[in-house]
Design a protein around this ligand. Sequence first.
Ligand SMILES: [Zn+2]
Length: 366
Amino acid sequence: MNVDRTIKLKLGVSEEDKPTLKKTIILFNTVFNEVAVYGFEHKTNSKVSIHHATYNDIRERHPELPSSLVQGARDVACEALKGVKLKNLPTAKPFAAIRYNQRVITYHLKHGRVSIATINGRIKATFNIPKYYQEYVNWEVRSSTLKYDNRKDAFFLHIIFRKESPERSGNKVLGIDRGIVNIAVCSNNVFFNGKQIKNVRAKYAFLRHKLQSKGTKSAKRLLRKISRKERRFVTDVNHCISKTIVNMSHDVFALEDLTSIRVQSRKGKEFTRKLNNWSFYQLAQFLEYKAEALGKAVIYIDPRYSSQKCSKCGDLRKSNRKGSSYHCKACGFDMHSDLNASRNIAQAGISCLSRLHVNQPNVETV
Ligand SMILES: [Zn+2]
């Protein structure tokens, strides 16, 4: 199975190359429009017949646009005509995103450099791949789209990477309990505690409180900046935790389906709840797509009772749990309550899997 990932990179382009790149985009879109008009008027979206009818004329009128880009614009226009079934005329705005095929763009991903064909030869641009996207450096580049953002006066590349993901080799299940004190507790006794996140959030909460009471314009701007920073911090932590988890020796990661209890758990302050929800959700998303690339899977289980049930004997009693400790009144079993929950999640995952794969009863815990 193929796995595709799109990443957006901001390009570093020198001031003297900017006008060249802008003109290239405008000219590409001009050619797109010319080709679209021809196809629309002649009721065809065939790349071959449109090529024969328009190519020489376009090359003559716009000799500065490299032929690969002319062909690229034609291909995109033909696809657009096909997309609207020739019913109306597709048009591109001057700064619409343009497609670069591999002949007109060369990546040096490891060095953060790219060379791009323009109306004035090739130009060099630079970029930074965030550390959690580094793995894509070894994937195959499938397509590249260049976009100019007028408001920011900046160029962005959208790159689609592809990798063939391996087949899942086994059904070894890891249960993961997500929480606030501990961001994630895994059924193999690995804890990811939230102390660092809690401290950083407390720092931001304090700053936020101070700024809110000010109420000035600059305070509001600073507030927005703080929220972005806080969000980025939580995102980094989630990237890091999910990466560690998917690289454990397990094949399937079981999580609670929180969408079903979200409505019930309106405890605590509104703000905390919201923040936690997106962060819980984000961790699950990261786990899903990082697992997919490794040929592993994430499954969701019914979250009822996972924190109340004894993972040893199955006794179900709310009073067995007191904060972070779980003590079973039926069999005397003692365990950290989050770890007990993660064990229950793993067990639920195993029974869920065996329902799905009756042919592969090869399951084991932790
Ligand atoms: Zn028990």
